[in-house]
Design a protein around this ligand. Sequence first.
Ligand SMILES: [Zn+2]
Length: 398
Amino acid sequence: MCVDLPEHVRAGIGRRNLIAGLGIGAAGLALTACEPTSVDPAQADQIDHRQFGPPPQAGSKTKLVLLGTAGGPTLFPGNQSAGIASALAVGDRYYLIDAGHGVLSQLRKAKLGPHHEAAQDGPLDVLGGIFLTHLHSDHTVDLSNVLVTGIYNGLQSVSRIPVWGPGNRRRLPPLFGQGPAPAPINPANPTPGTQEMMDLLVQMFATDLNDRLFDNRKPAPAQLWEARDVPVPEEYLADPNGAPAPDMEPFTFYEDDRVKVSAILVNHAPVFPALAYRFDTEDGSVVFSGDTARCANLVRLAQDADVLVHEVIDEDWAAGLFPSPRSEAEEGLYRHLIQAHTLKTEVGAIAAEANVGTLVLSHLVPVIQPEAVWAECAKGFDGRMVVGRDLDVIDVSS
Ligand SMILES: [Zn+2]
């Protein structure tokens, strides 16, 4: 089966852009037109397309807010979806999971926080912490927006919120394909982790931050946030190029009065460490897969969770980018594409194996596909499935 892309999308997107959207790059080639997707009506009935609800308030139950649902850094022509980011609101505080493009404006639109009209209030004044699943740019690119321009959007009121994410990879990924290896970027430290990245971010914005500090008397970054690498047990970090990620048990690394957060390694090679997170609150549990291929670790982390927010790729779309016969390089790129992400025909079975109550599809690749394409994800899963769209609000309860 192929994918039915709108005419303006077909005309406007070359293969180069589509592939670059998933971070692997390739020469420009035409996207093939395809036949429409057929949908099993029984599956379509399972889909809860829209879960709009009121914004979270003090004392309300835990709510998941999808801020952005687009996977990959490509801004597809015609796409209205923001980059991948989610908020988990627990009462009158929320936690941010990933920070794709547009996240700060999406927080405004979601009316998270006190949402006063005064320019310097909300939505960041009730931010409880930031959790990055991995350091691909489509998950982090607007982190600077949150943390730097954030001091005019409520962040000036917080005190040392944690910014968690994976640590240093410690080794460059293996060279893909033939030919000589390129010179690495920043050879002294080519794979900085979250803590180092945040130090570099402060350096990058030092001129602005010093102006705000001296002229506007705003707080210094060290007063506002504290970056930390998620402490994955050392034994699982020994071989960053040894995909798939080693089997392991989830481990808890953060807890406050609202949430307990656990993590596990997932398979997003060559990205490493790539993490999935589980948030347990008094109302229930929500798991964020991050980017991953099908992965036993993820099933372990998500066991019996109320909500599983899972990434997904349309493998028929990917196959359309690389029609057979493929050259050796094309075959490698295609395999990379479908082996580092979870296929639409796999994600339902994963949700069933983990015995979750609700499967929420987010980080849709490509997000421009019609919802009928994603209906196939319900196959093998008897629970509720939500095809995630920006600003959807999903109640979390046991
Ligand atoms: Zn990724």
